[in-house]
Write a protein that binds this ligand. Sequence first.
Ligand SMILES: C[S@@+](CC[C@H](N)C(=O)[O-])C[C@H]1O[C@@H](n2cnc3c(N)ncnc32)[C@H](O)[C@@H]1O
Length: 213
Amino acid sequence: MTGKIYIVGIGPGASEYLTKKAIDTVKMSDYTVGSTRAIELFDDVQNRIAFNVKDLLDKLDEGVKLAVDGNTVSILSTGDPGFSGVLNTVLRLSRENGFPEEEIEVIPGISSLQLAAAECHIQWDNANVMTFHGRENIEDILPVINNGKTTIALPSRKVKDMAKFLIDNGVEPERKVTVCERLSYPDEKIVTGTLKCIAESEFTYMCIIVIEP
Ligand SMILES: C[S@@+](CC[C@H](N)C(=O)[O-])C[C@H]1O[C@@H](n2cnc3c(N)ncnc32)[C@H](O)[C@@H]1O
């Protein structure tokens, strides 16, 4: 008998942004796969399969195989699974393991991008929304950066390197930028300054960058 896979968005990190649907889904799942930090958000977890950056693919594959064997498996994704999340990877592993896509359900979560837009009072349907996370497509920002819209992006590299890249490619160093770091965590930091000033500052990898038109 085929099981079920839920790909569960857990929001930006704080438990107050978990949805009831995410909590209920994890509670009734036989197994829950996720980073240690993500699994710890849930009080009621039956069998935990924690991954780190190195064994992420192996653990996701283990989760898919457990579903092939008839189990209900929740796979946790930070923010929303469909925005730089694990959705495509889980779909691919499911195809490779012969697990039917109709037995996969995606539970949306609040993306870090949405929280950044809310913090900065941005109507994000009219913004350039981009992700460079885990990719080397940073050049894709250049054709849109001067199109008169706010750009909200997940950086691919250090925020300061991204700011330097933009300056090196002709973007005005005095352009206003906001960096939203560790959103929803107790040590959340929101810094607004010029591109030049951001290029000289240190941030962790957990940032959203908002570049004004
Ligand atoms: C693998 S991507 C996951 C994005 C996620 N699916 C989402 O919708 O937010 C991880 C990147 O998302 C951003 N991110 C995730 N959580 C964040 C938070 N609480 N505050 C700021 N940025 C965050 C950072 O750029 C981080 O490097």
